[in-house]
Design a protein around this ligand. Structure first.
Ligand code: FAD
Length: 469
């Protein structure tokens, strides 16, 4: 009898413990993806990017003599129907760690087990599962550095290989059509503009990893902070969808480290930031939507997502070049340089005194590398309300940051058309991407800052001190 392989954020065929276990049963494997409410709830860009990933995986499976079966609806109901239709006796999947997925998976597991189906979940999305890393006192790490020290020398099993072939069942169950899911519907804001900036699928991810290790990891320590330079791996979109495994990245980084690549350790540390984010989310699910430090609930943030200042922040028209360049970069490419993310998040939560949730929601909508753990942690880190946050008085100054990390103005020029006589193609592509109703163009004057950086900074500091944080 066939085995169902329920795919979620593990859209690859190599180093895939759940797939290997399903194949090891020796029976046909039916790969399934379900468009359930967790998929429906995704923002426009992540949903659109997921569609690209599913199309790529489906092609890959066909090359292996298999198919990707698509079903839409409640996950348990879809799996039950497939079990009925195919006679499958076992379901395998890779574990996820965000609260919605955990709740769903627990319910699915207990209902199917009760019905006599063998259900097996497997690791693969993380290097270290959240319950395998503990402080000396017991409990999870709330601060990053000691966690890094605790895990950096741990053995991580070598990545598994890619199967040559997947046994097909005699009869395939029916599949829905990907196009009917309208996962691209929300991306009326220039999907064609965004497409060239994506590296979709397992092959593209692996090639990028190889490129990064061969060409960029050595200089990572310096180049990773320069938003105009392709100095980072750019693998976040692949990692969040599991188009590459973090263990594959870890081992490639370790090899580079042993060969003496200077930036390798720092890069491995970044992979552990991702782990840290997942551990926080697993142990304190509230981090996704509520202040991790509850005393911040009293902070007088505005939650008005329609305020003009917020609109201008979203549109990249604050008049602060670093902020605007980064916001436009995200709108066009679906990604934003990490330094940009820190700057725009600090600017919104501090200079504009707006709740991090407002910014987080916009990121949810726009990021093709959207990740439930890293996005939530990143926002709370920048806002100051997270466990391992920057101290409240560290308010980024976007001007000095730009002078330091973009000294030649290349990043600002790449994304801001209004201040140049001959704007770059990328800066102009932003205007192709935005909806007409935003009603501004490259010929308009670049806006004046909404609030002076020093006044904004002081206002935030006064508010923090007023609450005696
Ligand atoms: P590299 O520098 O090549 O790093 C390798 C990998 O390590 C990344 O792909 C990523 O998986 C992980 N990583 C690196 N930095 C971080 C970090 N600070 N936190 C967690 N993991 C990290 N990352 C996402 O993947 N999805 C998000 O939705 C997301 N939202 C963010 C929101 C804010 C406000 C902030 C400050 C950061 C956010 N990050 C997010 C983290 C970080 O900005 C991106 O992971 C990074 O820019 C991705 O680029 P890269 O793949 O070239 O990373």
């Amino acid at each position: 009898t066939p085995t169902l392989l329920w795919l979620r954020r593990d859209l690859r065929l190599s180093d895939h413990a759940a797939l290997s276990a399903a194949l090891a049963r020796g029976s046909p494997v039916i790969p399934v993806f379900i468009c359930d409410n967790t998929v429906e709830a995704l923002g426009a860009a992540p949903k659109w990017r997921l569609r690209l990933a599913l199309a790529a995986l489906s092609r890959q499976l066909q090359e292996k003599g298999s198919r990707l079966i698509l079903r839409r609806g409640d996950a348990l109901e879809c799996l039950r129907a497939l079990i009925r239709e195919t006679g499958a006796r076992a379901v395998h999947w890779s574990r996820l760690y965000d609260p919605q997925a955990i709740e769903r998976d627990k319910a699915v597991k207990s209902a199917l087990t009760e019905a006599g189906v063998i259900v097996k979940s497997h690791p693969g999305h993380l290097l270290f599962e959240p319950w395998t890393v503990e402080t000396q006192q017991g409990g999870y790490y709330k601060v990053y550095s000691p966690m890094w020290r605790a895990v950096k020398n741990r053995d991580i099993a070598s990545p598994g290989s890619t199967p040559d072939k997947l046994n097909a069942p005699e009869d395939w169950p029916q599949t829905e059509m990907l196009a009917d899911w309208t996962l691209a519907a929300g991306m009326n804001r220039g999907a064609e503009v965004c497409l060239p900036h994506q590296r979709v699928g397992e092959m593209a991810a692996r090639e990028r990893l190889e490129w990064f290790i061969a060409n960029a990891i050595a200089d990572y320590n310096d180049a990773r902070d320069l938003p105009a330079v392709a100095g980072t791996s750019g693998l976040s979109e692949n990692l969040t969808l599991g188009e590459i495994s973090v263990a594959q990245c870890w081992h490639a980084g370790q090899r580079a480290l042993h060969e003496g690549a200077r930036g390798a350790e720092q890069w491995l540390k970044e992979l552990v930031w991702r782990e840290f984010a997942y551990h926080l989310l697993f142990h304190t699910p509230r981090i996704a939507t509520r202040n991790w430090r509850e005393e911040w609930d009293a902070f007088p943030w505005s939650e008005d997502a329609d305020a003009e200042a917020v609109q201008r922040w979203k549109q990249g028209r604050t008049g602060v070049p670093f902020v605007d360049a980064a916001m436009r970069e995200m709108y066009v490419t679906g990604k934003m340089h990490n330094r940009g993310r820190m700057i725009v998040a600090s600017y919104l939560t501090k200079h504009l005194m707006t709740h991090w949730r407002v910014g987080q929601k916009w990121f949810d909508e726009c990021l093709t590398d959207w990740d439930p753990a890293s996005n939530a942690m990143g926002w709370q880190w920048a806002a100051g309300s997270g466990p391992d946050a920057a101290p409240y008085f560290r308010i980024f100054n976007p001007e000095t940051q730009l002078a330091k990390f973009d000294p030649k103005g290349a990043y600002a020029q790449a994304w801001i058309a209004e201040t140049s006589d001959s704007p770059s193609d990328t800066a102009l592509s932003y205007f192709e991407a935005i909806p007409r109703r935003w009603a501004f163009g490259p010929q308009d004057a670049y806006p004046h800052p909404m609030i002076s950086l020093s006044a904004g900074r002081q206002r935030a500091l006064d508010a923090y001190q007023g609450r005696s944080f």
